[in-house]
Design a protein around this ligand. Structure first.
Ligand code: URA
Length: 211
């Protein structure tokens, strides 16, 4: 488990401005811009994805492309209002290889995930969410500071070892995973499982509010 890393909170606006000039790994060179997290400054729930895709790189906002549309559907089904949560990515620049007119997504490497982790840590220290949902393997690696398999860990609340505020984490799949599934039966099954994971997040937050 990673050593405690939380630090003094910044303002999100200051963090975003600083991150716009990040050169901690080479991904900034080909990306259009840093895509920083977005949402209310003290949202109770923080969702972490992998990295911006083509649409997010151009718009400068997380989860506005096809994966974002899938995420919005699942959030609505789980009863979570996107406007009330903080949405970010483990890696804040788009990693791709050009293929003709298309920019093909590339998975970020461990050094890139590590280089970007301080931004996630500082976002978390600032927002102080009660629950962090890591969507997919890259997000889980960043949130826990080590490789954390999805299958073995999904669907349950896990205490964050570096937390001084009793924050919990929940691991689930990445919305793009659902888009890549080849057949309707597995799509339906995995969609339902993703909704269940986010319903667990919603119910945790409801209980916290009621306490
Ligand atoms: N996939 C991600 O992980 N994040 C985004 O913002 C978009 C697609």
């Amino acid at each position: 488990m990673a050593a405690p890393t939380l630090r003094k909170p910044d303002s999100l606006a200051a963090l975003r401005a600083e991150a716009a000039h990040c050169r901690a790994c080479p991904l900034w060179k080909n990306a259009t811009q840093t895509v920083f997290g977005e949402g209310p400054p003290h949202a109770p729930l923080m969702l972490v994805g992998e990295q911006p895709g083509d649409k997010e790189d151009l718009a400068g906002k997380p989860f506005v492309g096809p994966a974002g549309m899938m995420l919005d559907r699942v959030l609505a089904e789980a009863g979570i209002a996107r406007g009330k949560i903080y949405v970010t990515n483990a890696v804040k620049h788009f990693k791709f290889v050009p293929r003709g007119k298309i920019r093909l997504h590339q998975k970020p490497s461990t050094p890139e995930i590590r280089a970007c982790r301080p931004w996630y840590e500082r976002e978390r220290a600032t927002v102080r969410p009660a629950l962090v949902v890591a969507m997919g393997a890259t997000a889980a690696q960043s949130v826990f500071g080590r490789i954390t398999p999805i299958g073995k860990n999904r669907g349950r609340l896990i205490a964050l070892a570096d937390s001084d505020d009793e924050a919990k984490a929940l691991v689930t799949v990445h919305p793009s995973y659902l888009l890549r599934l080849p057949d309707a039966a597995s799509k339906a099954r995995e969609y339902a499982a993703f909704v269940r994971d986010l319903e667990l997040a919603a119910s945790f937050l409801r209980k916290l509010k009621a306490a």
